[in-house]
Design a protein around this ligand. Sequence first.
Ligand code: CUA
Length: 636
Amino acid sequence: MATKKMGVKRFAVGAGVAILIAASYSGCARKPKIQRGDTAAAAIATYVAPGDLDEFYLFYSGGQSGSIFVAGIPSLRHIATIPVFTPYPATGYGFDKETKAMLGGHLWGDMHHPALSQTNGDYDGRWLFANDNANNRIARIDLHDFKTKEIYGPLPNVSGNHGSTFVTPNTEYILSATRFSVPLPKGTYAPIEQYATSYKGVVAGVAVDPKTGHMSMGWEVLMPPFDFDLGSGGKGASDGWAFWSSYNTERATGKLEVTSTQKDRDYIAAVNWKAAEQAIKNGKFKTIGGTKVIDPKDTPGVVFLIPCSKSPHGVDVSPDGKYIVGSGKLASITTVFNIDKILNAIQTKNFTGNEDGIPVLNYDAVKDVEVNVGLGPLHTQFDDKGYAYTSLFVESAIAKWRMGPPWDVIDKIPVAYNIGHLCIPGSDTMHPVGKYVLALNKLSHGRHISVGPTQPESTQLIDITGDKMRLLYDAFTEPEPHYAQVIRVDRLKPIEVYSKEENKDPNAIWDVKDAGVTRNGKNVIVKMIAVRSTFTPTSFEVNQGDHVTVYLTNIEQTTNESHGFGMVDYDINILVDPGETRTIEFTADKSGVYAYYCTKFCSALHQEMQGYMLVKPGAGAKTALLRTPSGAPGGH
Ligand code: CUA
């Protein structure tokens, strides 16, 4: 049965030797060694009684679903979905004119790492950024109303924006990096045999306007064709630096699980972003793909390479900014680098070589210690008591270890199963809250009622207030949480109604007397009001082929009173929140009579909230039924 296969993960280790490493979960034969713990204590610790509220917001990335999921901690109840890179009919995202334009014709995004904006190294509760690995974009969600307000991109020269979004301590920049190096500028052809020399990577800082949050390109640095993976902004002692892990520093192609694991070490790239800013100001850049790119060969002092265990995944900066932790996912150690030693090695030019003109720092001079955390270390998070927590993919566990002598592992907890990211509230700020760690696991089989072959992701809530970690709760989500951000509930004050004053839409109307239809040639404008439980106008007439624009204002000023607007046979649905105006544009290409109706249950007479669009047939008009219904004669 399927479970047999799941117990074993295949890894290529060393010089292309494929070996099988048994994950901690081994199918039906052996019961997984998972702590259940004290269930009564765990229940009390996670139970949020009816009417009570959670203590933290959890924002987790929706991976290839392109959305952000919002849950509460400790209950782990899913509360809302914020659509970002993918249309979402539940809120009409991607159906109205404004959000359609923002999506730019894309049907999906591959969201990886959400990042809350920061001021002075702490979450400021203003924005949540998220990256799209596939289409090289960065989105900004406004936490004032939990809606996506801007999608910036495609980022020039970046191909596979994986090492993103991580912010600097005052949200000066959002980090971005190329995962898949390509010939630059994009659109250039070079044969794959020229990968090592003609293909290029880029690391970048996307600037954020401190008042509006508006994004623009800050700087880019041309890099060798490594695969840049994850990033972290320096802070405190390392403020002014940005770090990215990279693999495939072999510059190999083909079967990367073999070809890119030949060398013992890959690199962490360290960029002095203040020097990058200065270089751009001083005109020390080339223009590639229409943007300013620093070539480190011509501008020394901007970027350095730190050797680290091969095939690293996460690179994480401690809350004081003193330590940079990098884990090689094929090793059992994680390396702690010291920013003072890094700065000293740079100052004394303690280099062991260079890559395309970028100095490589002496590993032994910049590392503080190697910690034997366990098998397959990926990411590290920090608490407020001087401990680090590293996720162990192969071992399916979290290791808790001391950030300081004797740098020992003091506890380990198994997770179900194969953990990727993990998240401690505020770990990426200067003031983490060492109360919980979330294990964001890749496999979930057997931990929930069966839902067929496509299994959900699994999230586990673990108490870290004591010496021993304590498993509290399992929860399951849509695919696929990569990283997450957690912030105290009292740090956010989202609005629930758009006040009339806040609605700046020039097409908003607030009185049913102003509702109606105007025509200009083939363009028909419908100004419509939604309020319990009527659309005004209740019907409107157009000619077949007309271009129709509906400006729909929900004039409710009461929380929870959103109205939907769906139109039968026209593939249209939006949601208009109280006090909001949204725009729908379409061509009335089908003649006949089409109902529009409220798609959100809003009152006892919600079902009565409906109207008709009447489309008069035009010359040579098609009939309404464009497709043969399946099952009908002549259908499939
Ligand atoms: Cu308005 Cu249902």
